[in-house]
Design a protein around this ligand. Structure first.
Ligand code: SF4
Ligand code: SF4
Length: 186
């Protein structure tokens, strides 16, 4: 948890500023754009700095998995420098690239994991996103179908809508599962 004391703001708390880590694993074209414009920033520091620069944001809650990430984040906020206008235009370009890549903005939060049919929704979406990033169809079929138990596979969806009510990203989950099934050739 970081408190940003650079200017007086209304207290706005941002949870998952890096979308559960999804913004630390950008599609190659977005990664290239970031490297061109901000060669010294990692994907994580760029994302966190950009959120910190939004008006009224006073606090962020961002998960970290190891000591290196903790150190990187503490160093960055101890020496916080705003990204400026170039940061905004870069962020806009990155958003455009991500949206056109077809990636599903699932953060793997698992709030949808009580699907009554047992479908492993985040695993299916992650497999699809990796496919979009790498183009590896073989891996996609393995992770979105072959490696899943029959009960976890996307063809079991009955369109009940329960998962959509729980998804903080407001994803049209049954529609996306149906699109993935077509992509899998099932
Ligand atoms: S809509 Fe499909 S994926 Fe969502 S909870 Fe119902 S059966 Fe599961
Ligand atoms: S609730 Fe939404 S964002 Fe979270 S894992 Fe399920 S599909 Fe992904």
């Amino acid at each position: 948890m970081y408190e940003i004391a650079t200017k007086a703001r209304l207290p706005v708390l941002v949870m998952e500023p890096l979308k559960g880590g999804a913004l630390c694993s950008l599609v190659p074209a977005a990664e290239k754009k970031l490297k061109e414009n901000f060669p010294d920033e990692s994907q994580a520091t760029f994302g966190l700095k950009w959120v910190a620069g939004r008006q009224n944001v006073s606090m962020m809650l961002s998960g970290m998995s190891n000591f290196e990430q903790l150190k990187e984040n503490v160093d960055m906020f101890c020496n916080y420098k705003p990204l400026g206008k170039k940061g905004d235009t870069t962020a806009e370009e990155i958003v455009r690239i991500i949206q056109s890549s077809g990636e599903i903005p699932c953060t793997a939060c698992r709030y949808c994991s009580d699907c009554p049919r047992g479908i492993n929704i985040p695993a299916v979406f992650m497999a699809y996103n990796t496919y979009k990033k790498t183009g590896s169809r073989h891996k996609f079929v393995r992770e979105a179908w072959d490696n899943l138990d029959e009960a976890e596979r996307p063809d079991r969806c009955i369109n009940c809508g329960l998962c959509m009510r729980r998804c903080p990203q407001k994803l049209e989950i049954p529609e996306l599962l149906s699109m993935i099934l077509k992509e899998l050739g099932k």
